[in-house]
Write a protein of this length. Sequence first.
Length: 155
Amino acid sequence: MRSLKSGYTNLRMRDILAWAFTTEVLGLAVLPLVNLWEETAVMGVIQARLTASRGPVVAAVVTGLVFGFYHLPLQLGLPVGDIVVAMAVILVLAVLLRFVAGWLYAGTGGSILLVAGLHATFNAVNGSGLPLAATATVVAVWALGLFAARRVRSR
């Protein structure tokens, strides 16, 4: 059986696939409870309107900053230095995620449900112990898969 060295652990491909499936299923289970409502506000109200009036780049940056800062309460209780570092990382990731979310939203004809699915996927793999590159890869593959499926169905 092939294995993948990751930090101090030796992961088998079977374990990674089982983890990915379980994480995705659990992540999507909270989709209607959290991410759909969050993206209705963030994508449906803020980012979509900013995109129409200011363009996709300004919309992604402004929305990403708002999106990142409303996650600040999750950091409270940490030492100030840790909060600063965590918020810097969150803000960068939030802006990048808003670029992908805006692209997915535009490419799918305005589907908040698919953007919420992207958000749920990100939440499911974020903080999972996977390196940041693996988290970004999972989210990007998911988004590209949805976008491609939507394009094929529309033809």
